[in-house]
Structures are given as C-alpha cells and as structure tokens.
Design a protein around this ligand. Structure first.
Ligand SMILES: *Cc1c(COP(=O)(O)O)cnc(C)c1O
Length: 398
C-alpha cells in the first residue's frame, strides 16, 4: 500500500523517532536494573527519576505521587481494586458512568461479584455526566468515584474539576481515567481535585506497555502487584526503563506543543466534521460539539454497517475505527453509543476518526471524498435505504 492515512490515534499512536532515540541507550548499552547499588545502575536510576519529575511537573503533582505501571488498564484496575480493598470497612459503594472504558467497567463488574455495589451514571445525548448527578449518587458508604476525563469513542470531555470538588466536599476518593486526555489537553491534578489518575504512554506517541498512575500523597492505596520493593513497595516489578524514559520524553514533547496541537487539530476536526455533515446525507455527529477532544471525530451514517465502511476505507489506505478497538469483533454496538441513546441500527453505522499532529488537511479531504463514495455505494446496496427512500420523498435529516 503506497499511502497510509492513520486516523486511529485513540487506539494507539506512532512512536515518535525522537522518542525512540531517547529509549535506545536503555535497550542497549545501559541495561542495568535501576534498583541495583553499583555505579553502572546509577544512570538508569537517574533517568527513571528524571522521567518521574517530568511527568509530575506536567500534571502539577509531586514526583513521589507518580507510579510507573504497564499502562492505562493497570491504573484503572489499581484505582478500583485498591480503593475497594482499602476502604471496605467504610463501605462498598462505587460511582462510575455507563461510558467508561472496559478497563473500568469490567473491573466494576468483577467487584460486583465480590459484593460491591456500583452505580453506573447515565449520560446525556452528548455523553456528558453532570456534577449534580454525581452528588446525588453519593451515599454514606460510597468509597470511590471513577469518571473518565475524556471518552475514547466520542471524545466528550467530562466536567472533571466540578466532580472533583464534589468528591472532595463529601470526602470520597476521586479517580479519573485520563488515558485519552493526558498530554492532549491541559490537566492539573491540584486545580481539578483529582486524587488518582491513570494514563498510558502509547496514547501520546510513547511506547506501548508502559503508563503511570498518579496517586495523591493523601491517598495510600495498597499494592495491586505484589513483589519487590519498587515504587515504594506499591508496584512491584523490574522497571521498564526504556519504556518509562520514552513515555516521559513523549509527554514532554506533547506538553511543549500542546497549545499548538490543540489549535491545529481542533481546526482540522471541525473542518472535517462540517464537510461530512454538509456533504453526506443522514449523517450525525456523536459526542459534544464543543466539550470534545481536539482529535476526535465520531459520526454515524444511517443505513450502513460501520464494519463494511472500515473495510472499504482500508482498501483506500485509511485506518479508522467503528465503536472501539476493544469491541470490534463483537456484533454488539458500542456501549457508549447506546448510552447516549442511539438505537442499535444507527449505532452500528458509526465511524471514529482520531487525528494526530501528523494529520494534514489533504489527508482529511481525501478521507471525506472516500467516505462520500463509500457511503453512496453501501447505501445503493442497502434494502433498508431503498425502503426509506420509497417512504420519504423528502429525505429527513437524522
Ligand atoms: C486505551 C485506553 C485504556 C487502556 O490503556 P492501555 O494502556 O491500553 O491498557 C484505558 N482507558 C481509556 C480511556 C483508553 O483509551
């Protein structure tokens, strides 16, 4: 394939060449275990602590509040399982939303089997949860609120600061899955009253299999992974030094270019959304128009299967997604699209395109032109569409 247009940056991102360069020494000559005492290990140890400082600074946190993990799923599991175990004497009630990533939702289901009670808050038609809903759900036995910073499918950004304030007021721990938000939009854990936060390197042009968990010094959850004394005995396992160094380098680069990237991507995002909605009939934008990640486009095309569309886009060298990477392969429509109230048949026709700082307007014009042709072809083969046209001489807008 001569040209690849990669628009699945919510699933994973490319590893930046300059990030790889920072990692190379720790994959080759400097292979020491940073926990060792000899001089040879000291450089790795220093690289590790510098990485911790870099990430802490971006978040407005202290270095000792950053714990290196294997990624976003581990952080989500740690927050939920850790709080459940630590606070079971206070209560067994957890508050989350219906649109969380499966790393949160499936952990909640696991905890429900162990006797915990979970409130899954509804979201509105744009995927937003309100601070009032959160406050109303709090009970004397509530031990944790876990609400994602921004949704991975529809890009909606939740009112995290206000939720954090409410959690603090009621003395309930607050965790946010910030995997899609960290290094993409500004986050300050102090200002937003966040107690715990999960992030993942491969979602911001760092390597895969490495992430971090922010845990405020006021919170003292026990370990999820037991073993050696790494990470103040809270997260055992020999350090993935190269991965951690790469993640920090990627975070630093992203933080430095954040304003510019937000501006550029928002403009391209809005341009593309507008073109699609104007030029493709029966298309509908999913997610909030404004409270939205700069790189997220999610659109439903009526009378079309998202999967068929993906295959045809793939033939044109375009990588997109339908629903989320974790649910493709299953025939159920995305839980997020159902939660925002879409009927099954419309939710099936969703397409998610997520941009990166490498995405150009030319790429997106080619993608929109391709989509127009594909939608027309698929609809021409759709009996549902034929029926619809017969019934509606003046076609309705969705
Ligand atoms: C990708 C993702 C995760 C999982 O992160 P991994 O590092 O792949 O384990 C969790 N939450 C959200 C919102 C994500 O987008």
């Amino acid at each position: 394939m001569d040209k690849l247009i990669y628009l699945d940056n919510a699933a994973t991102t490319s590893l930046k060449p300059e990030v790889l360069q920072t990692m190379m020494p720790y994959l080759q000559e400097n292979y020491a275990n940073p926990s060792s005492v000899y001089g040879f290990a000291q450089e790795a140890k220093k690289a590790l602590e510098d990485s911790r400082e870099t990430i802490a600074e971006i978040l407005g946190a202290k270095p000792k509040e950053i714990y290196f993990t294997s990624g976003g799923s581990e952080g989500d599991n740690w927050a939920l399982q850790g709080a459940a175990e630590q606070l079971q004497d206070k209560g067994k009630h957890i508050i989350t939303t219906k649109i969380e990533h499966h790393a949160v939702l499936h952990t909640c289901e696991y905890l429900e089997k162990k006797g915990y009670e979970v409130t899954y808050l509804d979201v509105d038609e744009n995927g937003l949860v309100t601070p009032e809903q959160v406050e109303q759900a709090i009970r004397p036995d509530t031990i944790l609120i876990s609400i994602m910073f921004a949704n991975n499918e529809i890009g909606t950004i939740e009112p995290i600061g206000q939720i954090g304030e409410i959690a603090q007021k009621h003395n309930v721990l607050f965790h946010t899955d910030a995997v899609q938000a960290f290094a993409h939009i500004p986050i300050n854990v102090e200002d937003l009253h966040i107690d715990m936060l999960s992030a993942s390197g491969h979602k911001f042009h760092g390597p895969k299999g490495v992430g971090f968990f922010y845990m405020s010094e006021k919170v003292r959850l026990g370990a999820l992974i037991h073993g050696g004394a790494q990470e103040r005995s809270r997260r055992a396992g020999t350090y993935n030094v190269a991965g951690i160094v790469g993640m920090a380098a990627a975070a630093k680069a992203a933080a430095g270019e954040m304003e510019e990237n937000i501006r550029k991507q928002t403009e391209l995002r809005d341009y593309t959304i507008q073109r699609i909605l104007e030029e493709v009939p029966h298309a509908r934008l999913n997610g909030d128009r404004v409270k939205r990640l700069p790189n997220n486009i999610n659109i439903c095309f009526r009378f079309i299967e998202g999967e068929s569309m993906l295959i045809m886009l793939d033939q044109k060298g375009i990588c997109g997604s339908s629903g989320s990477a974790c649910t493709s392969g299953s025939l159920d429509p995305s839980h997020v699209l159902l939660a925002i109230g879409l009927p099954h048949e419309i939710a099936h026709g969703s397409l998610r395109l997520t941009l990166s700082d490498e995405t150009t307007k030319e790429d997106l014009d080619y993608v929109v032109d391709s989509i127009k042709g594909i939608v027309e072809r698929l609809r021409s083969m759709s009996p549902l569409y034929a029926d619809f046209i017969k019934e509606n001489e003046t076609p309705l807008q969705v």
